[in-house]
Write a protein that binds this ligand. Structure first.
Ligand SMILES: C[S@@+](CC[C@H](N)C(=O)[O-])C[C@H]1O[C@@H](n2cnc3c(N)ncnc32)[C@H](O)[C@@H]1O
Length: 418
């Protein structure tokens, strides 16, 4: 078995990226067409499942093409337009698949980093380079989104203000993987700043409505579309789709999950970012207008890290003397720490906390002037954290990069930052 076959066995999902670039090319994107050539992929619809389609069905099947194209065309172009509005961001396309986005952005002088599984990157990296030539601002990196080290390796000291874009990823994860991915991206955003824009929930909620509007609610075509889609899903039956909380029909649960993972959610109306001309619907103004109406309900979900990030760590004087200021107010123990928290100084915090009494329901620790914390200090924080009945009531703010790194490398961030 060769390397590619092994990779396919480990994660067959990478095949889904092929139809995405085929559909974007079918919807008229020249760069995607050039990529198809460079990758050696056939055009959309020229090569089926191997079973010839009976002639009488062929015309009907062709009527379904716009329904397939529209989902990927709108996703691709609306995200491109959002990117155009965010001029100062560095784009992190996770997963990039075989998208032509990097080629587009190379012409706009933007910084773009395409991330995907090794099987995809091995192909898209050289294919894109064969079209745009060498360009240091356009890079591709093999990652597994569930593996932080692989993601981190794609960034450099100069990375900043990331715009992580996700189209067609979260549906492939089971819950534990989803949580890994959320915490990995939160870590990246904390380190480099920026936000994470996701389209997956919008299409999960509204893809059927978009397809119905495209097919002008024709019952025969809509039923055919569903039958073909279900058959395609059955061929990747060992990969379950939408099997995690991000795709729970109960929106409140999804929002709670996002909050618990340490993100704030901002919704952006997708209709405002649709292209002027939707190629899949060319010559069909009624369908065009109906589809645009559906998009008024669809939202990009933009996630930013919820807790305050102390950015000015470089300005803290590392020689600041140790000082604690604390108070107990409405059952909350509020403390602000200045200087080093180590074996010498940490006992003072523990003493203050113990003297605060037994009725503490919440803790707020301001560490914006704390320059270092040793394991002794961390132990005190953990004692405080554990004493709370409701662990969500522990809040640490003003975390500098140095302190954050310590919390991350010691594994305490999992408890102390949420
Ligand atoms: C439906 S495609 C979407 C690709 C691209 N966003 C597009 O629109 O063309 C799904 C992609 O997710 C990638 N993928 C699946 N699991 C992944 C993981 N654990 N880490 C990184 N990428 C992953 C696949 O390799 C595939 O390229």
């Amino acid at each position: 078995m060769n390397n590619q076959e092994l990779r396919e066995l480990v994660n067959p999902v990478f095949n889904t990226a092929k139809s995405c670039v085929q559909l974007v090319a079918a919807a008229g994107d020249e760069d995607a067409r050039r990529l198809l050539d460079a990758l050696g992929f056939e055009s959309f619809g020229t090569h089926g499942s191997g079973q010839p389609v009976p002639k009488e069905m062929l015309e009907q099947v062709k009527k379904l093409f716009p329904a397939y194209m529209i989902l990927i065309e709108t996703r691709f172009w609306s995200m491109n337009r959002l990117i155009e509005h965010r001029k100062d961001c560095q784009i992190v396309d996770l997963p990039c698949g075989y998208t032509s986005r990097g080629i587009h952005l190379s012409r706009q002088g933007r910084t773009y980093c395409g991330l995907d599984l090794p099987a995809v990157i091995d192909a898209i990296g050289p294919a894109a380079a064969s079209i745009i030539g060498g360009n240091e601002a356009i890079t591709y990196h093999a990652v597994d989104a569930t593996n932080y080290e692989s993601l981190e390796a794609a960034f450099s000291r100069d990375s900043h203000d990331l715009l992580v874009t996700t189209e067609g990823l979260l549906m492939y994860f089971v819950q534990s993987e989803l949580e890994e991915v959320f915490s990995n991206i939160r870590r990246l955003l904390r380190k480099y700043g920026g936000s994470w824009v996701i389209t997956d929930r919008a299409y999960y909620l509204y893809d059927k409505e978009v397809v119905a509007a495209t097919l002008e609610n024709d019952p025969v075509l809509t039923a055919m579309y569903a039958a073909v889609t279900n058959r395609a899903a059955a061929t990747t039956a060992d990969v379950k789709f939408n099997d995690n909380i991000f795709f729970d029909p109960d929106e409140a649960k999804v929002r709670e999950f996002i909050r618990k993972m340490g993100f704030k959610l901002n919704e952006i109306c997708m209709a405002d970012y649709l292209p002027e001309q939707i190629v899949s619907l060319k010559g069909n103004p009624a369908a065009d207008s109906a589809v645009r109406d559906v998009f008024k309900k669809m939202k990009f979900w933009e996630l930013t890290v919820a807790e305050k990030i102390f950015k000015a760590s470089g300005h803290i004087d590392i020689n600041l003397p140790f000082k604690l200021e604390s108070e107990v107010k409405d059952g909350s123990f509020n403390v602000s720490i200045q200087g080093r928290m180590d074996s010498i100084t940490a006992p003072e915090l523990l003493e203050k906390f113990q003297n605060a009494g037994d009725n503490i329901k919440a803790i707020h620790v301001d560490v914006s002037r704390m320059v270092y914390v040793s394991s002794a200090g961390l132990r005190v924080f953990m004692m405080m954290y554990r004493s709370l009945e409701n662990k969500d009531m522990f809040e640490m703010t003003g975390i500098s990069d140095v302190v954050r790194e310590i919390l991350e490398t010691t594994g305490f961030e999992e408890f102390l930052i949420h």
